[in-house]
Every structure is written in C-alpha cells, then in structure tokens.
Design a protein around this ligand. Structure first.
Ligand code: IMP
Length: 423
C-alpha cells in the first residue's frame, strides 16, 4: 500500500522523528497532518543533530515535505526553520496547504493568558498558541495560510481578530497590547518566502496516491494527547490519532495502509494530567530514564515526567489508530537495570481490574498499575535481533503478544544506524 502512517502511541516524544527518517528513504512525500510547532522531532543523521518543529523530518533526505491542511502554522517559525536548514546546506522541498491555519502573535498571548488564568488547573501547554489557533478554526474566524496571498482579505481578518482578542486578553487581566498593523507588516515580510510553497495539498496528495507514489504520514504528539481520545483536558488541540490522518491530509481511510505505532520502551509525558506508571525523577529507574534518556522537551526545554511502559496506554493507541506494526524506541536507555516493569492493567479502588483507559479522567487518575516483571539486560548486542540478549527479546515478545502488532524496528541508540530492523 502506498500510504503508511507513523503515529505516537503514548504521550508524544516517542522518537517518531527517527522512525520517519528511516522510512522516508523509501517515500516520495512526507506529510504532517496535524499540530504545529508544539512538536519537536530530533533526528541524528551522520552525527549531525537536526531539531525540527514544523517541517516534516523527511526533508533532511531531500524528500518532498507536505504541511497538510490539518496543521497550524506559525509563519515566522516556519521561515526561520527554512533558513536554518538552508544554512546547513539543505534546501527543503516544501508544500504548504493553503488551508492550514496560521498561528499569529495573538494566539500565543491568549495561550499564555489562559494558562495563567487557570492556575493549578493549567494544561501545561507549550505556549506556542496551538489551542487558541485551533479554537479560531472551530469558531470559523481563523486565518488560512492561503490568505497571505490575498492582502485585502488578510487585512480584514487580522484587524477583526485583533479587536476580538484584545477584548479577551483585557478581560483575562493581561497587560498585552496587540498591534494589528505590526502583525500585518511582519506577515508581508515573510510572504515572499512562503508564497512558492503554498498550494492545494489535497489535490497534490490525491494525485500522488493515484499515481502510486509512496506517501508517509508523520504524526506529531501521541494518541494520549488526542483532543477526543486522550486525557482531556490535558491534551493538545488536534486529532493526533486516526481521525487526523484523513481529515488533516485529505486522504481517504481506505487509502491508508500500514499504521506504525512508535512506542518508547518506557513512558514519558510533558505537562499536567494523570500518568499511572509515573516514577520519581530523583532516584531509581525514573532517574535513569530521565538522565540516560535525556528526557527534556525539544520544544520547551522542560523535564519530561518518566515511568514504566504502560501497555494499557499502548493498546488504546493500537485500537484507535489500527496500528499493525510497532517501532520500539530507546531500548538502550533501560540497559543495566536489574528489573524492568510493564503495566498490563489498572487496579481500581473499587476492586475492578481494567485493561482499557477509563473515559472519565478522575477515574483514570485513581488507576494503579498492575505490573509484569522482566529481568533486565546489560546491552543489546551488535545490532541484530539474534544478538539481542534473551531478556530483551522476552520483553519485546511480550509487547508483541499483548498488542497483536508486529515489531518492525527496535531503537538501540540515537543514530539512524542504531536501529534493529526485525525481519
Ligand atoms: P499544546 O499542544 O501546546 O496546546 O499543549 C498541550 C499539551 O500537549 C501539553 O501537555 C504539552 O506538553 C503537550 N504536547 C504538545 N506537543 C507535544 C509534543 O510534541 N510532545 C509531547 N507533548 C506535547
């Protein structure tokens, strides 16, 4: 099948960038279909580290990168990302949907003001204006990327929105003063850089699929951050799970073939919200995951919360997204641990044992993990499945058995070449 999707099967930061980078070798187009520069994909190619937030990772290999209609685009961040890549000798082949929505300075101001107003109940957003931008899209007052090419329309929309947002900010007690003229001037300055890339990406992708070209859909964040199916309200504002693949790209469900779920060998989460297998970052295995795994957000620099692998979470993603293959990342971070735990169910205070995520968040917050224990491993061999120690293979086979998905890749280090391809 010509269309393959890569989806984060936890709370994001599973190491999707590297998996996409490996698969991109055989792809013609690599497509982002949701989210914006709240994402941070790190890839290490030939010892060079690339940190991308908005541009699809495949462009590092010279593939066509598509920013689909389901994305939200900060035009200033995008222009900077394009120029940073150019400075490193990569001229990205980009296509940006004219229907993607623009994140403008007032979205970041509202993101910040709303988080402050929420106090202890804050979501812990990345502060990039993602939620307010998607809210405008749903309220039908958003600004399309294509509006950049229509100055009169852009002028009207920005001025109208700035007036609305100023009223909201003032009501929230923010001292921020928005400036429509300055925003319009800044947009005028970046338009010539973006103009050549703006197009109807739905037609482009449909034509590519029809012609049998190989399309890779690159998910951002993870299924547990999905607006509908994640730990609402501690989620992002887009459809990170299956729905987003189609609505955010314009491809149809039957056009999508393999869905590869990316699963870190343990779990991390940034921001607030329940996390049943969470460990202390100060001592023991949680400290090891945080330190050895360098678990610090690519976008925000915040320390990620860490805990054992939770297969209830992974199976939620498997079921939602139709995941049939898995990429297990960062196995090497657990090297040297005496014992490795995997959560297989939740024990609830009323005696029930659950193997699904409760839809009520308060209930989910009370879930206590039921663990299966595995003997740890010292190292992961020489890069082949056969050379992996029995203990590591037992852990992987257990994941396969419990999810019903085939394990395709196992990450044994940060580099592209530090990946076991399971045949
Ligand atoms: P937002 O997407 O900035 O609105 O943030 C909403 C929630 O999603 C917060 O808990 C963020 O930490 C989380 N989040 C957003 N993007 C990512 C990501 O790329 N990786 C992990 N968590 C993310």
């Amino acid at each position: 099948m010509a269309v393959t999707a890569v989806i984060g099967a936890q709370w994001g930061d599973e190491g999707k960038g590297k998996v996409v980078d490996i698969l991109a070798e055989r792809a013609d187009l690599v497509v982002r279909f949701q989210g914006g520069n709240n994402a941070g994909h790190t890839l290490v190619v030939d010892g060079q580290v690339y940190k991308l937030h908005l541009i699809p990772s495949g462009v590092v290999q010279g593939k066509v990168g598509v920013i689909g209609n389901g994305c939200v685009v900060d035009p200033f961040v995008l222009v900077k990302e394009i120029s940073d890549l150019k400075a490193r000798g990569i001229t990205p082949q980009l296509r940006i949907s004219d229907r993607a929505h623009l994140i403008l300075p007032y979205h970041q101001a509202i993101d910040k003001a709303e988080e402050e107003a929420k106090g202890a109940a804050k979501v812990g957003t990345t502060g990039r204006g993602i939620g307010p931008c998607y809210a405008d899209k749903a309220s039908r007052i958003g600004v399309h990327a294509g509006d950049l090419l229509h100055p009169k329309r852009l002028d009207e929309k920005v001025k109208q929105n700035v007036a609305l947002k100023q009223a909201l900010l003032t009501a929230l007690g923010s001292k921020e003063r928005l400036d429509a003229a300055a925003t319009l001037k800044a947009l005028q300055a970046v338009t010539p850089t973006l103009q050549p890339f703006l197009t109807d990406t739905v037609q482009l992708l449909q034509a590519a699929a029809e012609a049998g070209e190989s399309i890779l859909l690159e998910g951002a964040q993870g299924a547990m951050l999905d607006l509908d199916h994640g730990t609402y309200p501690y989620v992002t504002s887009s459809a990170t799970a299956s729905g987003g693949m189609c609505s955010g790209s314009g491809l149809a469900p039957r056009q999508i073939g393999d869905v590869i779920g990316v699963v870190k060998a343990y779990t991390t989460r940034v921001g607030s919200g329940p996390f049943p297998t969470e460990l202390s970052l100060e001592k023991g295995p949680g400290e090891v995951m945080s330190r050895v795994g360098a678990e610090v957000g690519t976008t925000t620099g915040r320390k990620r919360r860490c805990g054992w692998l939770d297969l209830v979470v992974v199976n939620h993603a498997v079921n939602l997204c139709g995941i049939n293959q898995l990429a297990i990342t960062k196995m090497d971070v657990l090297n040297g641990l005496h014992e490795v735990l995997v959560c297989t169910a939740y024990q609830m205070p009323d005696g029930r044992k659950l193997t699904h995520i409760p839809s009520d968040l308060d209930e989910f917050a009370k879930a206590k993990p039921v663990y299966q224990s595995f003997a740890g491993w010292k190292d992961l061999g020489d890069g082949t499945w056969e050379s992996m120690p029995t203990e590591a293979r037992k852990f992987l086979q257990f994941i396969r058995e419990k999810t019903g998905a085939t394990i395709k890749f196992v990450g044994t280090g940060p580099g592209r070449e530090q990946t076991v391809v399971v045949r």
